[in-house]
Design a protein around this ligand. Structure first.
Ligand SMILES: NC(=O)C1=CN([C@@H]2O[C@H](COP(=O)(O)OP(=O)(O)OC[C@H]3O[C@@H](n4cnc5c(N)ncnc54)[C@H](O)[C@@H]3O)[C@@H](O)[C@H]2O)C=CC1
Ligand SMILES: O=C([O-])CC(=O)C(=O)O
Length: 193
């Protein structure tokens, strides 16, 4: 196995935090770690999607020691894409013209979506997001909580976790990891270093 995308695990239900499925999913990740120890290539790239994604990645690091720890990652690209989406909607620009947000912390409601280095492509060149949005109160409060709570909002609306957006973000994560990002652009991924 050269690339492992770990989606097996129980999803949380409405009203739960992602850490509430920890007890069920930690045991799954111990056995997934044994499977990786048996079948993964020496430099296998691992992406954990199932929640709590950061903790499950840590379990793989502990129980699959033959995989280099820099190769064990978890999905924060969905939060990254949600942050880009919020900015593009606010400014009425293409999402592909917004870049370089950063997701700090766990894939959880305590994460910090950071726009302080983010820019938007305009006819007059690249401009800082803060300069264009001109509303620090929104950027420092509602924007952050919207991104932090997006997963919960989706579960409330459809009674199931995000599906296509999560799958698309997992593809983005692996594509950029394997092929690299364009010059001057960065993306977010969770690590266990
Ligand atoms: N990191 C992220 O951005 C996101 C994470 N998730 C998480 O991904 C996970 C999967 O979500 P869904 O696909 O919606 O759930 P789902 O319930 O549709 O799929 C879970 C799958 O895990 C399998 N499974 C159960 N026990 C297993 C075991 N012992 N070993 C291997 N596989 C096992 C089930 O058979 C099922 O096919 C959940 O933990 C969810 O919270 C979902 C969306 C985004
Ligand atoms: O919220 C959930 O449980 C599923 C997920 O991680 C997300 O959509 O961000």
């Amino acid at each position: 196995v050269n690339i492992a995308v770990m989606v097996g695990g129980f999803p949380r239900k409405e009203g739960m935090e992602r850490k509430d499925v920890m007890s069920k999913n930690v045991s799954i990740y111990k056995s997934q770690a044994s499977a990786l120890e048996k079948h993964a290539a020496a430099n296998c790239k691992v992406l954990v999607v199932a929640n709590p994604a950061n903790t499950n990645a840590l379990i793989l690091k502990e129980f699959a020691p033959s995989i280099p720890e820099k190769n064990i990652t978890c999905l924060t690209r969905l939060d990254h894409n949600r942050a880009l989406g919020q900015i593009s909607e606010r400014l009425n620009v293409q999402v592909s013209d917004v870049k370089n947000v950063i997701i700090w912390g766990n894939h959880s409601s305590t994460q910090y979506p950071d726009v302080n280095h983010a820019t938007v492509k305009t006819l007059a060149g690249e401009k800082p997001v803060r300069e264009l949005v001109k509303d620090d109160a929104w950027l420092n409060a509602e924007f952050i909580t919207t991104v932090q709570q997006r997963g919960a909002a989706i579960i409330k609306a459809r009674k199931l976790s995000s599906a296509l957006s999560a799958a698309s973000s997992a593809c983005d994560h692996i594509r950029d990891w394997v092929l690299g990002t364009p010059e001057g652009t960065w993306v977010s991924m969770g690590g266990v270093l």
